[in-house]
Ligand binder design. Sequence first.
Ligand code: GAP
Length: 602
Amino acid sequence: MSTSTNAERMEKIVSLCKRRGFIFQSSEIYGGLNGLWDYGSLGVELKRNLKNYWWRVIVHERDDVVGMDGAILTHPEVLKASGHVEGFSDPMVDCLLTGKRFRADQIEPQTGIIYRWADAIDDSFNHFLESEEFRKAIPGWAEAVSQIREPRFNTVLTDLVIKYLINSGDPVKRNLGKEFLQSERMQKSGGPFSVLLQAGKPPEAARKLAIQFYQKRGITHPKLIGETREKIENTRQFNPENGAQLTAPRAFNLMFETHIGPVDVPEFPSYDSEEGIDIDELKAWEQAYDQWQSDMIYLRPETAQSIFVQFKNILEVSRKKLPFGIAQIGKAFRNEINPRNFTFRSREFEQMELEYFCRPEQGMELLEYWKVERLKFYENIGISRASLHVRNVPDEERAFYSKGTYDIEYDFPFGQQELEGVAYRTDYDLSQHQKASGKSLEYFDEETKQRFIPHVVEPSAGVDRTVLALICEGYAEDQAPDEKGKMETRLVLRFHPRMAPIKCGIFPLLKNNERLVAKAKEVVDLLRPHMFVFYDESGAIGRRYRRQDEIGTPFCVTVDFETLGEKDEKLRDTVTLRERDSMKQERIAISDLLAALSVRIA
Ligand code: GAP
């Protein structure tokens, strides 16, 4: 599929998500918050179905995994020990012209010609000499000035004009003169700057950007000096959107901080400019400030750490033997530099993480096992194997403590991107927490009588990314007959029935027929305790089907006159069951409906 088609497809998906209540931008009526999303009434159902199925497969259907739900606010020592305080950062660069921030490692290499300037000087005075303002301020001088404007006369001329203005007695002229005097003495400097242009583009385009850059630095009329140019290949030092120079990369910690307890920053003591500051007050302020600093805590950047920290407690109460796992679903927070691609990279998101503890010699084998299990999971929620890819993360990209990592990637419309990481993290995390806390996190093997720190394999999936993958995978436009049998384009979300927000739409053929309505409501009451159903009596049946197709409802039931036994006694208490994808309809007894649907949505 071409790039523009993919971009169009993504746009349609984002618009459908808003129109039908799957996903909205957070705080939209206040202009929105970048990288934060709210799930609407259908989005929350889809998300719940996904999380419930993960929990069922990972926890309930296994004997070797138990669950937990840890706090989001995390003790700083936990994240110091895990390495997040020191090392959980992305390299960040800023555009020197617009200030826009990028992740340095996400900038595509570019080729072209670099234009560099050593600096720019403020040319305001010369601009003034050429202006109408000057002609009016000192009549008759403009002609003379245009004759003598040569570099060697410049200083004399500047002095003369400034003196004339200051001594003129006219307050407007005096101020103008003072301004020039100041700017002449200020010697403003914007420093060096460069721009990357594609070969063949006119240098003026680069100069225009440079002038904007120096103007932003307070040089009103910049005169560029020391221009050089050079061909360059595969550089990442320029803003890919406008060619302006970027800052050198800086590490940007992705964790959100907050404070526990009274949150006010202690106010700096007031002081008298003549008597100075009271030293006791200053000391008291320092103490309060240190306290405020030490009350700082983090919003967790992954759910995993609370699992490691609670490992010993859970081991003791669950009485599990290795290998066994602890699972958790919950929110995580990262102050991403460039949130993008809809919910794909958000600042607040949910993870479904399993820490599967084992003996050291089992690590590599379990890594393979979990890779296979996780691929099966995605297929079981309706993501085709063909759209999934396994990337064996190379040594240089893996965390130093990981002996092997697979990324499970999905073909999103914006490219093949990570859905889940399956990593063999060795005994790194438990060892770090044992060292930092001074508490033993060892496992005692009763058979061999050995004590050791267990190793861990971690399948870590993103809820929001998987929801997005489900929507992208399900989104389709096909042809279906309208009310009059004419073919029209149908928008459909082909969710796997087990993921679909609404499992069954229930319609009386006519809304003004009491008997049809009463029977349809009986069907609602029959199914409602077992699945999420939706009753709809408004509009033609075809339109009601379309509305359900668009939100991915896999089944619709229609109660008609045959259900009432008016046409054929044998059809009494039967309904039409229509399947979303094939649009096929079958006649089914109401008494068989629950069993038939339960099997298909399980
Ligand atoms: N405990 C391991 C860990 O957190 P990760 O690869 O950083 O590893 C795991 O994150 C998963 O969490 C990712 O595969 C992705 O699905 C999800 N995830 C990470 N950052 C995310 C973000 N900014 N927005 C949405 N999902 C994210």
